[in-house]
Every structure is written in structure tokens, then in C-alpha cells.
Design a protein around this ligand. Structure first.
Ligand code: SF4
Length: 326
């Protein structure tokens, strides 16, 4: 370890003051402490925000939900409002990490968590995300788990959060508070593709804090769910995953929200799949014909070309499960 200052923020004002001088916010600590132990991150000051009043889940007008940033993953997964209105969120949370981690980790920390690329966590390896300009050991290394969508010459790491995939499908909005005031950013815009600056992962201004995540209202009835494919059935990150939410009325798909995980440098919205579903009647033939477009634009690496077909099959299966026609 290395020396660092620890500040416990008594309220939001104290937290923002510490953030403004460069302190790193910490809640459950399930990402940051690991990275500090491995010296991947070396903050001079960490700011404990556990005392902040950001732990509520509340219904918003029209059937939406507001999730406080410090709500524990386990608490959100079992909350009746979440389970009833957006099972895709509950399922994504329950398929994440381990029970012990879900009891500690916060929702805000979950969407901010850093990649599991092994080269990023190995300080002896070249990694543009950890050390800009040093190169990318994954490009010519063992890249079976890496991204096939949204990559750049600088970085091919996947975004690790299951929750963020469900939130992307549902058009969630991230609430931020910083020294310059409050603002809101669509999660699609909040999580950044690597481009030439893979070290910059979020649209966060200096000192800003995630305070809440809003899931907007969706037309009802809405059926939704999350499917995760991984090498083992617990405590493992996705090879592929699919979040699907469908609004079907009078036998026609009026709205389709589909996003994928395990394949993109950010949660990947499957707009081409959505377009092929909207206005159609669910049928056994519709799901594979739409899912065929799940990997449009994919650029596989040496060891992860299998993800193209796996993603198409994952999306097809989840469309069938949620859409209800076998
Ligand atoms: Fe680093 Fe990204 Fe390359 Fe992994 S994929 S080594 S995180 S630059």
C-alpha cells in the first residue's frame, strides 16, 4: 500500500468540498480498494460518502423510478418497486458479482466500476487506460473476454457492469452534483467509448458525484428481463448478455428496448435489432431474424470471434423469453 488521507464526509457539502480538492469518492469500496491494493489507482485522498442521504428508491411520475446512488445492489434487486416495474434491473443485479459484494456495493459505484481487463490490473503490462500512451497489451495478447464493439486502436476493454446494460436498455438518466451545481446526463452519453482517451471513462466533471439514477416511465404493459452468458454460473463477468424490454399491445410490438453486455466498451444499444421488432407481431420467426443484427459492426479480435454468434444467440433467446412466443 501507499500513504493516503481518509476523509469521512458528514454531509453533501463536505463531500463536494473534498471532491473539489481532488479527493476520490468511495462508498462500498468494492472496486476502488481492490485497485488501490494493486496500486492501479493511487489517490492522495479518499472521501467516504456513506453518510450521504442517497439511499432511497422512489416512484416518479408516470411509472418511472429514482434509485439513490448509495442504494446497495442487493437492496435494489429485492425492492418491490424495482421487481414489479423493471424485472430486467432486478435480474441484472442478481446475476452480478457475489452475494457478499451485492450487500456492500452501491448502484452508483456499480456503473462507475472500472474494466476487468487483466492487463489493466497488472501494473507491469502496457495499458493506455491505466497509463495513457503506454500501449495496449490486450490487442496482441489474450483477448478472449474483450470487446467486439466500440473498440479503438487504443483500447478494447469491455464495460463490466450488468446493471448498466439494463439501465441503457431503459434509457436511464444519471443525476450528478458537483461544485458547479446539478446536471443530468443520459447513461448512453455518461459512459464513454475509449476513442483516443481510454483513461476517460465517464462524463464526470472534476469533483462531481453521482447522486441518483432515474428510470423514465415506459408504456405499459412492459415485459422485461436480463440474460447473462458466462463461463461459470456465479461470480463471473458476462461473455455476452442481453437486456430486453418489450411493450406489446393488440398483438403488436409497439416499443422494443434491447442492449447487450460483455461485448462492448460500453453497454451496447442494439438499435438495428429494435428497428426490426417495432411494428411486428411476435412470432417464432421474428426473434432470430431480428437477433441476426445484434452484432452488426462487430470487429472481433484474435481470440473472441466466438462472441459474434454467441451474442446473436443470446439476444434471440432473450427476445423469445421476454416476447413469449416459442
Ligand atoms: Fe488497457 Fe484497454 Fe488495452 Fe486492457 S484493453 S490493456 S484496459 S488499453
Amino acid at each position: 500500500m501507499f500513504p493516503f488521507a481518509y476523509t469521512r464526509a458528514a454531509d453533501t457539502r463536505a463531500a463536494l468540498a473534498a471532491g473539489a480538492r481532488g479527493g476520490r469518492y468511495i462508498a462500498g469500496g468494492t472496486t476502488l480498494v481492490d485497485l488501490m491494493r494493486e496500486t492501479v489507482e493511487r489517490p492522495d485522498e479518499i472521501v467516504d460518502i456513506e453518510a450521504l442521504p442517497l439511499r432511497t428508491i422512489a416512484a416518479t411520475g408516470g411509472g418511472g423510478l429514482r434509485l439513490g446512488a448509495l442504494v446497495r445492489m442487493a437492496d435494489a434487486a429485492r425492492h418491490p418497486l424495482v421487481r414489479t416495474a423493471f424485472p430486467v434491473v432486478s435480474q441484472a443485479l442478481e446475476l452480478s458479482a457475489s452475494p457478499q459484494l451485492r450487500n456492500m456495493a452501491s448502484l452508483g459505484g456499480n456503473i462507475l466500476q472500472r474494466t476487468r481487463c487483466t492487463y489493466f490490473r497488472d501494473v507491469s503490462a502496457a495499458c493506455n487506460k491505466r497509463e495513457p500512451g503506454s500501449g495496449c497489451a490486450a490487442r496482441d495478447g489474450w483477448n478472449r473476454s474483450h470487446a467486439i464493439l466500440g473498440t479503438s486502436p487504443a483500447c478494447v476493454a469491455t464495460h463490466p457492469s450488468d446493471l448498466a446494460v439494463a439501465l441503457t436498455a431503459l434509457d436511464a438518466v444519471v443525476h450528478l452534483l458537483g461544485p458547479a451545481g446539478a446536471r443530468q446526463v443520459a447513461i448512453d452519453d455518461f459512459l464513454l467509448q475509449p476513442g483516443g482517451t481510454p483513461q476517460r471513462e465517464h462524463d464526470l466533471h472534476p469533483g462531481e458525484l453521482v447522486t441518483a439514477i432515474d428510470i423514465p416511465p415506459h408504456p405499459r404493459p412492459l415485459t422485461s428481463g436480463y440474460l447473462k452468458v458466462r463461463d461459470r454460473q456465479s461470480y463471473e463477468f458476462a461473455l455476452t448478455s442481453a437486456a430486453v424490454a418489450l411493450h406489446i399491445s393488440d398483438g403488436v410490438i409497439r416499443s422494443a428496448k434491447v442492449a447487450a453486455g460483455g461485448v462492448g466498451t460500453v453497454p451496447w444499444r442494439l438499435a438495428a435489432v429494435e428497428r426490426r421488432l417495432i411494428g411486428q407481431r411476435p412470432s417464432a420467426a421474428l426473434w432470430p431474424s431480428a437477433a441476426r443484427h445484434a452484432a452488426d459492426g462487430a470487429q472481433p479480435l484474435r481470440h473472441n470471434a466466438f462472441k459474434v454468434e454467441l451474442l446473436q444467440r443470446t439476444v434471440e433467446r432473450q427476445l423469445r423469453i421476454v416476447g413469449g412466443t416459442r
